[in-house]
Design a binder for this molecule. Structure first.
Ligand SMILES: CC(C)(COP(=O)(O)OP(=O)(O)OC[C@H]1O[C@@H](n2cnc3c(N)ncnc32)[C@H](O)[C@@H]1OP(=O)(O)O)[C@@H](O)C(=O)NCCC(=O)NCCS
Length: 186
């Protein structure tokens, strides 16, 4: 069941922003990092998305940003009227070369632009692009209580490949991490 009030509020905000009918994306530039971090930090208080408990600084994400070389592990942004609406990253899974054919996806949409198909657009594009960067397995690590994200990934054919029960403690509540995955055919 969707939180209708959230969706309703988001819809009003987005209508005011005149969201485009179709989305586009590009590789992120260094100037986008502050917006990328801002969108990420906005999700922290919800305790639904990330195990970070306090906002992260832009400086602390520079190394992460620089790991996202477009031909290997892209970092994409989508913008509307010069405002970054969301981002998607391919990240290296586990860090050893034999895992290079597997990449971890993260997708974060600014609250004002949610429920307008941008998360879907990003996943669709990521699945289509994976073979071009030598990736044939995509995975996502999602909290077991993050319904919007579990539903989004399920919609694009991701299955439950694993479960890490109670591995995080968020405001004194133990939470599970679900490992979602799907194969990608060229
Ligand atoms: C999860 C998230 C990326 C979805 O992005 P979005 O642009 O709002 O998604 P879309 O509009 O494309 O919706 C796609 C699907 O996501 C799911 N979804 C989106 N919002 C949902 C909600 N509130 N409740 C349940 N499912 C939801 C649905 O399956 C939906 O498909 P449908 O519209 O056919 O029902 C977005 O909510 C977000 O940025 N959340 C915070 C970050 C996060 O959790 N990232 C995932 C971990 S990496």
């Amino acid at each position: 069941m969707r939180p209708d009030r959230t969706r309703h509020a988001a819809n009003i905000a987005v209508r005011a922003l005149r969201v485009p009918a179709s989305w586009t994306h590009r590789q992120a530039a260094r100037e986008d990092l502050s917006a990328i971090v801002e969108i990420y930090n906005a999700t922290i208080p919800s305790r639904l998305v990330t195990a970070d408990l306090e906002p992260v600084s832009i400086e602390s994400r520079v190394a992460w940003f620089e790991q996202h070389e477009p031909g290997f592990r892209p970092l994409w942004v989508s913008s509307h009227e010069e405002r970054i609406a969301g981002w998607l990253s391919f990240s290296t899974f586990y860090g050893r070369p034999a895992y290079d054919k597997t990449a971890e996806l993260s997708v974060y949409i600014d609250e004002a632009f949610r429920n307008r198909g941008l998360g879907s657009y990003f996943l669709q594009q990521a699945i289509a692009h994976a073979p071009a960067i030598g990736v044939d397995r995509l995975i996502g690590f999602v909290f077991g209580h993050n319904r919007p994200s579990l539903d989004l990934f399920a919609k694009f054919g991701f299955a439950r490949w694993g479960e890490l029960p109670g591995v995080t403690l968020l405001d004194d509540v133990e939470r599970d991490v679900i490992i979602l995955g799907r194969q990608v055919l060229p």
